[in-house]
Design a protein around this ligand. Structure first.
Ligand SMILES: [Zn+2]
Length: 93
């Protein structure tokens, strides 16, 4: 039997999460899976950017360790695109 404390995610209510798999978001504990889902949504859909969890904006620098390096690159590129006003964007075809 493990003596390690388990934590509950405030988003998905999974309640057997190890300490290294949760983060503090404001006063709540949120699992890495839920945080990574929000960042992946923001990468796909501009309306989901900046990345939020409920009303709380998630900082990429605080959360990047829950995502893989390939994602960091894709997200950094997307941030440049999103931060540019749509009328100024130029896409190659
Ligand atoms: Zn969760």
């Amino acid at each position: 039997m493990s003596t390690q404390a388990m934590y509950e995610c405030a988003v998905c209510y999974e309640d057997e999460i190890q300490q290294e798999r949760v983060e503090h978001v404001n006063d709540s504990l949120v699992c890495h899976t839920c945080i990574s889902k929000q960042f992946r949504a923001a990468l796909r859909i501009e309306n989901d950017y900046p990345t939020r969890l409920g009303t709380v904006q998630l900082s990429f620098s605080d959360c990047h360790h829950v995502l893989e390096p390939e994602f960091w690159v894709a997200y950094a590129k997307k941030e440049i695109e999103y931060d540019c006003p749509p009328i100024m964007r130029v896409y190659c075809t």
